[in-house]
Design a protein around this ligand. Sequence first.
Ligand SMILES: CC(C)(COP(=O)(O)OP(=O)(O)OC[C@H]1O[C@@H](n2cnc3c(N)ncnc32)[C@H](O)[C@@H]1OP(=O)(O)O)[C@@H](O)C(=O)NCCC(=O)NCCS
Length: 165
Amino acid sequence: MIGDEPRVSIDYLADHPRFVLTVAKWVFDHWGKMYRMQSVEEQIGRLSERLNKDAFPIAFVALVDGKPVGTASLKLREMTTYPHLEHWLGTVYVDEKFRGHGIGTALVVWATREAKRLGVETLYLHTPDKASFYRRLGWEPIERPVYFGMPVVVMRKVLRVVEEK
Ligand SMILES: CC(C)(COP(=O)(O)OP(=O)(O)OC[C@H]1O[C@@H](n2cnc3c(N)ncnc32)[C@H](O)[C@@H]1OP(=O)(O)O)[C@@H](O)C(=O)NCCC(=O)NCCS
């Protein structure tokens, strides 16, 4: 980042467990109603399962001056309606005050690179309203189902082309 842009670093949430509560609150406040989440505590439990570095599921946190400003996760079988699709990117969130500085992009690029490092061939995500944000990052829409009563777009990014024998 240059000029007055915030200096952002991205780390494993596993290395910053004290930020689990902040991230859980973001998730619950933003998606709680939409996905019928029960409580912040439930999200703390889910994020605690993602405190990994070398295997899915993994949560990441974006930091500015050591403070959490955003998050993203690599998850397993996120959509119950697509149990055959294994690897998903989700929970991409940037604190409102920090949006528009490239932090969301950095989180998506970072998490995608991590999935590639772990040997994932194709990564999936679903979004009700941010398809254009992901499209510009090279994600391709593949289906438009209804999920939790909302029309969503399922998108994919091929990370490794597997040659047929
Ligand atoms: C979506 C989100 C993560 C983007 O974070 P951000 O840090 O503002 O993103 P960036 O600054 O990297 O934006 C990258 C580009 O995408 C654009 N963009 C941002 N939000 C967008 C949106 N909703 N639709 C289309 N483009 C968008 C920005 O204008 C920017 O364009 P530019 O490079 O020409 O300036 C953030 O708005 C957010 O947390 N929203 C609420 C949670 C959410 O909806 N997450 C997505 C889950 S599906």
